[in-house]
Design a protein around this ligand. Structure first.
Ligand SMILES: Cc1cc2nc3c(=O)[nH]c(=O)nc-3n(C[C@H](O)[C@H](O)[C@H](O)COP(=O)(O)OP(=O)(O)OC[C@H]3O[C@@H](n4cnc5c(N)ncnc54)[C@H](O)[C@@H]3O)c2cc1C
Length: 287
């Protein structure tokens, strides 16, 4: 197995594109190294992207944000301005594993590991984040909800890697939240994860919303019907009931040791409502 740590995007793309066998990007390694040690993977080439500046920086861009794909959860947590603009995205990244894992784990790795239960992905999708992808044909931006196609299946082609994520500008009265349910208090895989981002007007009515659910289907879902259920409302009881119903209807989960289908659907409804109420409360503080 060959290890390379290029300091430019072009070199990383050339290495990945030129590999004869399986080639893997290395970010924090908290998934990849576990899979190598368990003999699940045996790549010919590993390309460490942490020396590439564009993957390691957080910058304000056009009123929004650009977050390097190899920035860790711990680094995001230290970023006060980002945390104020996108508390849901930052809290989701900081639910990944333990303090030690958060010091390594990245948003790019969380998405590209291809797990439907990845914690930061529903928060990124609710945020309307785009992934900037570099490859042999140049760069392209893809909505995060279109990157994962199914368990371990991505829309990335040979030679491509995620460089960064773009988060859009926030109008006044906006915020977001992410909640997950796990059987233990930490260090477990989500039974369900729910991300909600919304904007309210001066009267408290929801003018825009995005809702995303993790661990209830073969990929993380953007649930447009759930967003529609609350747009125009003040998230009063009938709107909450509509939101829960839309979340339930979107779920097509598996049965496993963490929960039955019925249980996951019930939890998805409750978490979506609670995440929306937290996002609403935060948005009121941002008017
Ligand atoms: C003890 C423990 C607890 C954990 N708890 C959680 C948890 O609570 N929630 C959760 O969601 N996950 C959890 N995980 C899984 C893991 O920590 C996360 O998925 C993490 O975000 C992966 O990021 P990484 O940078 O370590 O990825 P890596 O291991 O470096 O990479 C993961 C995969 O993505 C690919 N990849 C990485 N970056 C890119 C990129 N920029 N472009 C293209 N491909 C890329 C790699 O080739 C690899 O296939 C846990 C893992 C451990 C070991």
């Amino acid at each position: 197995m060959r290890y390379e740590a290029p300091d430019s995007l072009d070199s990383a793309v050339a290495l990945l594109a030129g590999a004869r066998g399986d080639a893997r990007v290395l970010a924090g390694g908290t998934d990849l190294l576990v899979q190598l040690r368990s003999d699940i993977l045996d790549p010919e080439l590993i390309v460490d992207i942490k020396k590439i500046a564009a993957t390691r920086t957080v910058t304000e861009e056009g009123g929004g944000w650009r977050i390097g794909a190899a920035v860790t959860g711990a680094e995001l947590k230290e970023h006060e301005r980002l945390k104020k603009a996108w508390p849901g995205v930052v809290e989701a990244a900081n639910l990944i594993g333990s303090t030690q894992v958060q010091g390594r784990a990245t948003l790019g790795g969380n998405l590209c590991n291809g797990s439907p239960a990845a914690d930061s992905v529903p928060a990124l999708i609710a945020a309307g984040a785009t992934a900037r992808i570099a490859g042999p044909k140049g760069q392209r931006d893809l909505p995060v909800e279109d990157v994962m196609l199914g368990p371990r299946k991505l829309a990335l082609t040979k030679g491509e890697l995620i460089v960064s994520f773009g988060l859009p500008p926030r109008p006044k009265g906006s915020s977001d939240a992410y909640l997950r349910f796990i059987p233990r208090t930490e260090m477990d895989i989500a039974v369900v994860g729910a991300g909600v981002s919304l904007t309210i007007d001066g009267g408290g009515a929801v003018t825009a919303a995005r809702v995303s659910l993790g661990a209830v289907a073969e990929k993380v879902l953007l649930v447009a019907e759930a967003a529609q259920a609350i747009i125009g409302s003040r998230l009063d009881a009938p709107a909450q009931a509509r939101l829960e119903a839309a979340a339930r209807a979107a779920c097509r989960p598996i049965d496993d040791k963490r929960g039955t289908k019925e249980y996951r659907i019930d939890v998805a409804a409750v978490l979506t409502r609670r995440a929306a109420l937290i996002a609403l409360d935060r948005a009121k503080g941002n008017r």
